[in-house]
Design a protein around this ligand. Sequence first.
Ligand SMILES: Nc1ncnc2c1ncn2[C@@H]1O[C@H](COP(=O)(O)OP(=O)(O)O)[C@@H](O)[C@H]1O
Ligand SMILES: [Mg+2]
Length: 348
Amino acid sequence: MVDLVGIAEIAKMFDVSSAAVTNWRSRSDDFPKPVAMLKSGPVFKSEQVKKWYRRKNKMTSTVISSINLKGGVAKTTTTVGLAQALSGVFDKKVLVIDLDPQTNATTMLIGEDKWFTLNQEGYTLATLFEDAISDSSNFNLSKTLQKSVGNVGEVKSVDLLPSSLNLIDLQDRLITMPAGKYQTRIPVNILRRGIKDIIDDYDYVLIDCPPNLGNITLNGLRISDGYIIPTIPDVMSTYGIPQIVTRVSEFSEEIENDIVPIGIVATKVRGQAAIHSRTMNKMRTDSCKPMGKSNLLYPPVFEAYFSESAKIAEAAEYQEYSTLKQKWGYQGQYDSFVKFTKEFMRII
Ligand SMILES: Nc1ncnc2c1ncn2[C@@H]1O[C@H](COP(=O)(O)OP(=O)(O)O)[C@@H](O)[C@H]1O
Ligand SMILES: [Mg+2]
């Protein structure tokens, strides 16, 4: 589906006058060419114009990883939901990078059949890591990048770099790579190098990480400006949070790049469960206070949270929907995603 826009719409998009847009056109050789001339004037591909604008203003993407050492805490659900709300509700251009060998974000966004074909053809991120290990160059960025993915009509601008089960094996082999080939002692620049040509085409890049801080996750953190921690508000799921903050902070010093703990988001919350309310309260009390003896702070906690909902679980299946409301359901789930996404954009 291609969105076409005229001069007046472009002006509205960037909050400038139509005259300003006409000036851009006449002064910049690289302004996108119109795809048609209508009686009302020239029309352009909206995406091309947005890309040009980002380049002109040297706008860079905000890259955020989704991390928890525990599986099943809705990391993927939160990442994919955030991506779809950023696109469908706030008209942002988003790239989802799936670094989890479980490939859940990938199958949620393109379905299992499509994933299977891509995986067989080697069009997944596994090929990028395989290249680094075997000194080959099989990774094909443009064929691996899946454009306008998702199953929701109103979500038009989410792209995906798909994952593969082979990442499990690669994760271990990365450790045994010869040292000294990279600036740091572990090969953490593979992803950064592999996608440098496209990364700034997006407003947001969201990285769905596996539930560990292994080398694949570090490749994601290497390019991240910050991270969010989705968690079920119970003892086991929140247990590793201080460890995540400490380890990411050490890594961030190692690579001399800030990686900010954006916040904890509570997921699958059961209002009736006493342990859930107790943990929510404890997290909010600890929020932004020093953790133990270190001078690192416990991360802030998002106001927005996600209640346990069968409809959200069902939405993981790859099906066609025309709107996000339809996908997430009408009992407040849509509102939770919008509230969370607004808060996310505000903090960033
Ligand atoms: N708010 C929710 N209510 C009910 N089920 C949920 C909710 N969020 C996620 N789930 C389900 O919980 C399971 C784990 O979620 P997932 O996002 O895959 O977690 P992770 O990526 O942390 O392993 C999935 O089956 C998912 O559909
Ligand atoms: Mg997951």
